[in-house]
Ligand binder design. Sequence first.
Ligand code: PGA
Length: 225
Amino acid sequence: TVADMQGMKQGKLRLAVISTAKYIIPRLLGPFCQRYPGIDVSLTVTNHEKVVERLRHNLDDLYIPSQIPEGLDVTCRTFLENPLVVLASRNHPLAKIKQVRLEQLNGQDFIMREVGSGTRQAVEKLLEEHGIEIRVRLELGSNEAIKQAVAGGLGVSVLSHHCLALEGETGQIVVLNVEQFPIRRHWNLVYPRGKQLSIVANTFYEYLLTEGRQVLQDTAVCAPS
Ligand code: PGA
């Protein structure tokens, strides 16, 4: 029976994901773990660089990094959109402007993720390409803490739109409409090429790419169209 098949799926599932995926993966684990009560999960949430490090050392079953560094031999599937947006406090002068030009970010007080963050890499690349110089007032290793700092008026920041999950734009924090934004990125579902996935890992992999996307669509998280 189906129940028997599900009961046979037992063991540990090890995942390592970038910080912004923490808004998504735990939610998807809910229905999955209900269906397979024999599966226990260990979820490591960290930044891009550390996820890639874990991948190099084959510490987990599946990984969600941002851009895959060249030279890594992996199987990679695009999973979901992960757009990066500019956030500011509602009272920020730029919040009153309908269409902010990129140059208007010049000289702005900025809150930046730590070195090793994929979000940071993407922001720095864009600003550098356009010769924009911001003033980093604060470096922080946590998206949540950055949101608090933005709400507190410390400056603007760029984070994944998913960081607004559940609460959305709270009224305190707004998404600025800045030229060149959102930066379009994706989460990738990755494992070392040729690695034989465990039954448990393979089950979760298939679940994410099929039903997982559906769950997110139903809960209005931006899934690929
Ligand atoms: P980060 O990754 O947590 O390393 O910033 C998120 C991303 O690259 O989108």
